[in-house]
Design a binder for this molecule. Sequence first.
Ligand code: BMA
Length: 346
Amino acid sequence: MLEKRTTADPKAHKRTQALLDRLPKIAKKGYAFGHQEALTYGIGWKNSGSQNKSDIKTVCGDHPAVVGFELGNIEKGSSHSIDSVSFKTMRKLIRTIHKKGGIVTLSWHPDNPVSKKDAWDTTPAVASLLKNGPLSSVYRDWLLNLAAFLRGLKDKKGKRIPVIFRPFHEMNGGWFWWGKGHCSPQAFIQLWRETFQLLTTDLKVHNLIYCYSPNLLVRKNDFLKYYPGDAYVDMLGIDIYQHFTTALFKRHLKKDLKLLRDIAEEKNMPYALTETGLEKIKKKDWFTNVLHPALVGSGICYVLVWRNDSPGHHYAPYPGHSVVPDFTEYVSNDKVLLLKAVREIK
Ligand code: BMA
């Protein structure tokens, strides 16, 4: 990034702007390593809020620098997320990470408001949520609940904690109700813009860095197909998982990270690999020989691997995992920044 970028939210708190300014500084030193729900739970344990634990720390001595949390269910005013995490605990852990100098990113898989099934139910719903749509008041109520949580993210002194907010992600894929084939790009863009307006103007939420984050690209021009505009976005991301061969994954990373870089540089925005992973990490040199070579020098400010839910669904090592030696070597690389390294970058 060549020059300072101002937050999309004109009333963003100073600390929000400071977080946005910090991201390119991180990218200059390497890239931050992130893990979804790192402190919330891991394989065989769950945090009630007071533990200073993550699978990553147990394995290598330091927490990830970026920690993701899932907000799905917050819109309904529920006490627990779709992954059964208490929002009270989540709030505590967000405060913990922030205090330690780490960065928080929030994903959101809201239920389908029409069918009332989960986010993966693709009954068309976006148009109904828009202003003048039949469910616009339902959506306002959702955002009221979301905003109450976001505004409630405060440190001990009562100052708001800035976070990276990544709503309606992977919209160029067809698996969520806000995704490709279930709404028009125009309706998606309208939903994003209205969400931004409601959160910033009506609900006075000013601690968000807005991250636009499609999935792996199929065609070159796909990235900006659902893009709401520079006035509504602070940073760019992309989600790329290894679902098939290593060779294919490497090709995807190379091509898409280059494309992401070109677009982000043109917009003067920081950018990240906002989700990645190889489920169960059965490849013993995945971190050192697959992930790192693709990321080093790519200009991203962070990478985030998905959650450690269970032995059958996890993306980061835990004690006893066959990838632990490789991961330990990976994080010893001075371009891979864990919490202690990132807290020094202010
Ligand atoms: C998905 C899976 C789901 C989970 C969701 C939100 O990728 O891990 O099991 O509910 O993310 O965290």
